[in-house]
Design a protein around this ligand. Structure first.
Ligand code: ZN
Length: 76
């Protein structure tokens, strides 16, 4: 289950919550003040999948002979 971060519109504080997929659309009450004016914040791991994947993971580790981001241009 993903951990979502919420920001409270009433007290302005943030809190993290483990949310099952069926509850992801409804806002939980703020754990600081109990207000339900909470808004989900997109935290780090969300943006990672939109970049296409794999282009940064292979940097540096797959080819010691060149500094290119992939070994397509490195003939060995
Ligand atoms: Zn609050």
């Amino acid at each position: 289950m993903p951990i979502y971060e919420y920001e409270c519109g009433s007290c302005g504080r943030t809190f993290e919550l483990l949310v099952s997929r069926s509850k992801a659309t409804s806002n939980p009450p703020c754990e600081h003040c109990g207000s339900e004016e909470t808004e989900r914040i997109m935290s780090g791991f969300f943006g990672r999948s939109s970049s296409g994947g794999g282009d940064t993971a292979s940097v540096g580790s797959s080819c010691a002979g060149c500094t290119a981001s992939s070994c397509a241009g490195c003939v060995r």
